[in-house]
Write a protein that binds this ligand. Structure first.
Ligand SMILES: Nc1ncnc2c1ncn2[C@@H]1O[C@H](COP(=O)(O)OP(=O)(O)OP(=O)(O)O)[C@@H](O)[C@H]1O
Ligand SMILES: [Mg+2]
Length: 602
C-alpha cells in the first residue's frame, strides 16, 4: 500500500502553499469551535457596527441555522467581498495591537464562518443600495442587489457541513442552545444599552423567545435594569455596588452578598474593557475575594466591569478572545480581591433578603385548609416550635426595659430581649427584630479576632498541662511539621514525637479548651483541599477557619442579657459578621412590616 503521509515516504517532503479555502478552514477551527462561538462573532460584529437592537435566532441548537440581524451601519456592495477575505477589517489599521477599542480586530470571523458553513449576508448602508453575498464551504458567489432595511442580516446555515469531523464534537442540541443563550446573556450584560432578542426557531416547534431585553433609554439605570432582567431582581437586591480603583485600573459592577451564592460558578460575569471574558485568573481572584465568607462548594454571584487604558491589557492572546493578559496581573488581582472584600465588609450587616423571605415563609401559619384537621394526632401534639416557647423553662426572658438604655438607639442589631433554645438570641431593633444564631456568630467573631491577632502580633498560645499525642501516618506528620513554624504563629505548638506521631503542646488561647486531636485532623483536611496555587495567606485563613469552628462553644450555653448585648455589639463592630465562615447567615432580620404581614395586618 502506498504511504499517504508524504513525511514517511523516505523522499524529502515538499513544501507547498495551501489554498485559501484550506487556510480559512484551519483558521476557522480556532475561531469557531461551536455554534455559540459563531453567535458571539456575529453579535460582536453587530455591536461594532453601532447597532442599537440585535435579533438572534437559531434552529437545532444552532447546527442548522444561526441568524443575526442588526440596525447598525451596514456595508456597501463593494465592502462585501472584502469583509469575506481574511485579514480584512475596518476596525484597526494594524499599527497598534495594544490599542484595541472594538470587539473585532483580526478580520477572521466572517471568512472562517464562510469556510465551515453556508453564509449569506444581506446588508444596506446609508446612501447605498442593498446588496447580498453568499459563501458556502469557502466558495464566494458574486454580489447581487437585494432589498434590505438599513443594517445587516447574516445567516449561517449547516454549520460544519464542510468539516464533518467537527460536527461529531458538538454536544446535544440542548447543550449547544444553552451555550448560545449563555453567550448572548454575557454580551447583553456587557452592553446594557443595546436591545437583544434571542429566539429558538427550530422547525416543527412554535418559535420560543429565550431572551428579550429592550434597548435602554436611560444610561444611569441601564445596567441595573439589565442585571435585573438577566440575573434576576433578587440578585440586584442582594448585591453591593462596587467602585474601586488601583493604579489606573477601575472595578465597578455589582457583587452579591455571600448569603446569595450558587452551587456552581454559573452566574459570574466579568467584563474587561467591555468585553465578556472567561479568564481563569480573574475568576480565581473573584473566588479568593469570597474565600473567607463562602465554603468551598458555594460560588459567588457577580457582574464585574474592569476598565483601564487598552494599552495595559492584551486581548490578542486567545483565538476566541475570551482570555486576556494584563501587563500588571498582580494589580488586577489585588484590585478585585481587596475591592470586593472591602465592599463585603462594609455590607456585613446585611444578610440576604431572600433569607428573610425564607424565614417569613417558614413562619407563616399553616393554611387553614381541611388538611390541617386531618393531621396525625402526634403532629398536633408535637412541641410547638420557635417563639411559642419563649415562656418555656429553657428560655430566658428578661424584663423588657432595664437594659434598653445602654444599647444605642440605632444599633443595627438592637437590644437583646431573650435567648431561646440556648442558641438563638432575639433582639429588638429600631425597625423590627433580629434573630441571631449565637454559635454561627461566635464562630465568625473568633475567626475575625484570630485573623486580627495573626496579622498583628501572632495568636497567643496557651500551653497544655499534658501535651496531646496525635498518631498520624508519617507523610502527614511531615506535612504538619514542615509548617510547624507557621502554625506556632497561629497559636498551635506542635513537635515531632517519634516518626508517626506529633505532640501538641500549645493551642490558641482564644479558642479555649479544644479537642486538639480533632483540630489537627481538620487542619490536615484543610491543607489537603488547598491547591498548590493558593497563597500561604489563604492556607492560614483555612487553618484559622477550622480553629474558630472548634473554638465556638457558645451553642447550647445560656447567656445573660449583658453577654448577649456584648455579642451583638461585637458583631456590629466586626467585618463580615453577617455570615459565618461557611457563608450561612449569622442572623436574620424581620422588619416590623414583615411581622405585620405575618399577622395579615397590612
Ligand atoms: N454586522 C455588520 N455590520 C457592518 N459591518 C460588518 C458587520 N459584520 C462585519 N462587518 C464588516 O466586515 C469586516 C470583517 O468582519 P470580521 O468579523 O470577519 O472581522 P473583524 O470584526 O474586523 O475582526 P474579528 O475577526 O476579530 O472579528 C468588519 O471589519 C466590518 O467592517
Ligand atoms: Mg468580527
Amino acid at each position: 500500500m502506498p504511504a499517504t503521509n508524504p513525511n514517511i515516504t523516505g523522499e524529502r517532503p515538499k513544501i507547498r502553499q495551501l489554498d485559501d479555502a484550506a487556510i480559512n478552514r484551519i483558521a476557522a477551527g480556532e475561531v469557531v469551535e461551536r455554534p455559540a462561538s459563531a453567535v458571539k462573532e456575529l453579535v460582536e460584529n453587530a455591536l461594532d457596527a453601532g447597532a442599537t437592537r440585535i435579533e438572534i435566532s437559531y434552529a437545532d441548537g444552532g447546527k442548522s441555522l444561526i441568524a443575526v440581524s442588526d440596525d447598525g451601519c451596514g456595508m456597501s456592495a463593494d465592502d462585501l467581498p472584502l469583509a469575506l477575505s481574511r485579514h480584512a477589517t475596518s476596525k484597526i489599521d494594524g499599527a497598534d495591537l495594544l490599542n484595541i477599542r472594538s470587539f473585532g480586530f483580526r478580520g477572521e470571523a466572517l471568512p472562517s464562518l464562510g469556510a465551515v458553513g453556508r453564509l449569506s449576508i444581506v446588508t444596506r448602508a446609508d446612501g447605498f443600495d442593498g446588496a447580498e453575498l453568499r459563501v458556502a464551504g469557502g466558495k464566494m458567489a458574486p454580489v447581487v442587489p437585494a432589498a434590505s432595511p438599513y443594517g445587516t442580516r447574516i445567516e449561517l446555515r449547516d454549520l460544519f457541513y464542510a468539516t464533518p469531523a467537527r460536527l461529531k464534537f458538538l454536544r446535544t442540541e440542548r447543550g449547544e442552545a444553552q451555550a448560545i443563550a449563555d453567550t448572548v446573556r454575557r454580551l447583553a450584560v456587557a452592553e446594557p444599552m443595546i436591545g437583544f432578542r434571542l429566539t429558538d426557531v427550530t422547525e416543527g416547534k412554535p418559535p420560543r423567545t429565550v431572551l428579550d431585553v429592550p434597548s435602554a433609554r436611560d444610561a444611569d439605570t441601564a445596567l441595573s435594569d439589565r442585571l435585573r432582567a438577566i440575573l434576576g431582581a433578587d440578585f440586584v437586591e442582594n448585591a453591593i455596588p462596587l467602585d474601586a480603583e488601583r493604579e489606573g485600573i477601575r472595578l465597578t459592577g455589582l457583587a452579591a452578598l455571600p448569603t446569595y451564592s450558587r452551587g456552581a460558578a454559573v452566574a459570574q460575569y466579568i467584563m474587561v474593557n467591555g468585553r465578556p471574558v472567561s479568564d481563569r485568573q480573574l475568576t480565581g481572584a473573584l473566588r479568593a475575594a469570597y474565600s473567607d465568607v463562602l465554603s468551598r462548594d458555594r460560588h459567588p454571584v457577580a457582574a464585574l466591569f474592569i476598565t483601564c487604558d487598552p494599552s495595559r491589557v492584551d486581548v490578542n492572546v486567545h483565538p476566541a478572545k475570551s482570555e486576556v493578559r494584563f501587563r500588571d496581573p498582580g494589580v488586577v488581582r489585588g484590585l478585585i480581591v481587596s475591592g470586593l472584600r472591602h465592599a463585603l465588609a462594609g455590607a456585613s450587616h446585611r444578610s440576604s433578603s431572600t433569607v428573610a423571605d425564607g424565614v417569613l415563609g417558614a413562619m407563616q401559619p399553616p393554611p387553614t385548609t381541611a388538611r390541617v384537621y386531618q393531621m396525625e394526632p402526634r403532629q398536633t401534639l408535637a412541641t410547638p416550635s420557635g417563639f411559642s416557647e419563649v415562656s418555656a423553662p429553657s428560655a430566658r426572658v428578661e424584663p423588657s426595659t432595664d437594659h434598653v438604655d445602654v444599647v444605642p438607639q440605632d444599633a443595627p442589631l438592637g437590644a437583646a430581649r431573650a435567648q431561646v433554645h440556648e442558641n438563638y438570641i432575639v433582639a429588638q431593633t429600631a425597625t423590627g427584630m433580629v434573630l441571631v444564631d449565637q454559635h454561627a456568630a461566635h464562630e465568625r467573631l473568633v475567626y475575625e479576632r484570630m485573623k486580627r491577632q495573626a496579622r498583628e502580633a501572632g495568636i497567643a498560645a496557651q500551653a497544655l498541662l499534658i501535651p496531646e499525642i496525635v498518631e498520624l501516618p508519617a507523610p502527614e506528620c511531615d506535612r504538619l511539621l514542615a509548617i510547624a513554624e507557621e502554625l506556632a504563629t497561629l497559636g498551635l505548638g506542635i513537635e515531632a514525637f517519634g516518626g508517626t506521631a506529633i505532640a501538641v503542646r500549645e493551642t490558641p488561647a482564644i479558642v479555649g479548651e479544644i479537642d486538639a486531636k480533632a483540630l489537627v485532623h481538620d487542619i490536615l483536611d484543610a491543607l489537603g483541599t488547598a491547591t498548590g496555587s493558593e497563597t500561604v495567606a489563604a492556607r492560614i485563613d483555612a487553618v484559622l477557619s477550622r480553629m474558630s469552628c472548634h473554638g465556638s462553644i457558645r451553642s447550647g450555653r445560656q447567656m445573660r442579657v449583658d453577654e448577649m448585648n456584648a455579642l451583638l455589639r461585637e458583631m456590629e463592630a466586626t467585618p463580615n459578621s453577617g455570615q459565618c465562615n461557611h457563608g450561612r447567615p449569622t442572623y436574620v432580620e424581620l422588619k416590623l412590616s414583615d411581622i405585620e404581614r405575618l399577622f395579615g395586618r397590612t
